[in-house]
Design a binder for this molecule. Sequence first.
Ligand SMILES: NC(=O)c1ccc[n+]([C@@H]2O[C@H](COP(=O)([O-])OP(=O)(O)OC[C@H]3O[C@@H](n4cnc5c(N)ncnc54)[C@H](O)[C@@H]3O)[C@@H](O)[C@H]2O)c1
Ligand SMILES: [Zn+2]
Ligand SMILES: [Zn+2]
Length: 415
Amino acid sequence: MVLLLPNLQGDLVLPKSSNLFLIKTIRMKAAVFHKIGDISVDNVPDPRIEQADDIILKVTSTAICGSDLHIYNGFVPQLRDEVLGHEFMGIVEETGSAVTKVKKGDRVVVPFTIACGQCFFCQQGYHPNCIHTNPEYYGPEGDLLKGKGGGMFGYTDLYGGYNGGQAEYVRVPKANAGPKIIPDGLEDEQVLFLTDIFPTGWSAVKWGKVKPGDYVVIFGSGPVGLMAQKAAWINGAARVIAVDLLEYRLEKARRVNKVETLNADDEHLIQKIYDLTDGRGADVAIDAVGMEASRSFLEKAKAVINAEKGTMKVIELCTEAVRRSGIISVVGVYASPFDNFPIHRIFDKGLIMQFGQAQTHLYIDQCFEMVRSGKVVLDDIITHRIPLTQASEAYDMFKHKKDDCVKVVLKPGMN
Ligand SMILES: NC(=O)c1ccc[n+]([C@@H]2O[C@H](COP(=O)([O-])OP(=O)(O)OC[C@H]3O[C@@H](n4cnc5c(N)ncnc54)[C@H](O)[C@@H]3O)[C@@H](O)[C@H]2O)c1
Ligand SMILES: [Zn+2]
Ligand SMILES: [Zn+2]
């Protein structure tokens, strides 16, 4: 009898003494981040149940998010290989012994933050701050490299080191708290964005306390901005003004969401926002851009000198565009401190601000109901449907905004 031994990659190999051949274990395909700008689709070991409340999901659809670009571009650091992807859905393949919420064969969509559902923060709906899902790096401080929030799928070791769902299979921890069952009759693309960007747009609008009659200005007309535009209308906004630099994205916003648009490059941008808001400024300003907003060479040089990651330019614009005693809601991601934060203007105008990862667990049922009843359509922002095996090309296209790309859906089953 010949003994087969596992090697470091989990393959079964014959011992060196025998005349060699290698027997590969079954491996799934996944989009693996290696280093800045380097993502490839590799064969990696299949995920396994590790905790009793885990499930294994066979992924049917997954998407690329602006947040993935922060890792791809090196703004959120990751030093070892990791499977990316936090926007995914699929069919339950296997359940741990303590899983009661879902069963094998259920079709589910999964929130991008990983949360226990039980702790102090989860009980209040602040699942992104769950104390149980990021054991190594969690803490109250919120510093650059320690004291971070709860875990997230495919979002670096700092957020738990969980492999993501841009893969054929993914391990989903805390399965009694996160996954939401999707009934037959709804296509993947109709509900996929319940995993992140629609609840994110919804969180932005809820944090902004948008109410009937409000004027809302939304910076960024990428996937998150487009979702915030939809959420603003549903909450009764009288005017929704979208700001972006890319004309094709503004055109998309006009077409799918019937909003008014302004180009961020317009030198009279702020005056034009005042003109549209009775000279006062917007009741609510939303930042759906984050730290990777476009910036000049000089601004980039200043950021290097100050050890800043990217820019807080859009937060500054929000403080100018919003009215006195207005609200700024920030869902665009920031990952470092910034000099010259406009605290003087925030104080003088008496502004309220809220920041953070979206409350997907809190809002997913409400958001699902809007989709089911036809109150909102989410899949009209999709521009590309691509096989998972072409993830590397898809990242390049989304990053460089080629081919009028707005939102990419990756399909593991597609050739
Ligand atoms: N808080 C959360 O829970 C959460 C969830 C999802 C995404 N995000 C974040 O939301 C942000 C947007 O995500 P996305 O997927 O829409 O990304 P995206 O990169 O596709 O969109 C960003 C848009 O901002 C535009 N932009 C750049 N500079 C600008 C400026 N100065 N003024 C106005 N617009 C400008 C770009 O042209 C682009 O259309 C990212 O920071 C992402 O990480 C946060
Ligand atoms: Zn996302
Ligand atoms: Zn918790």
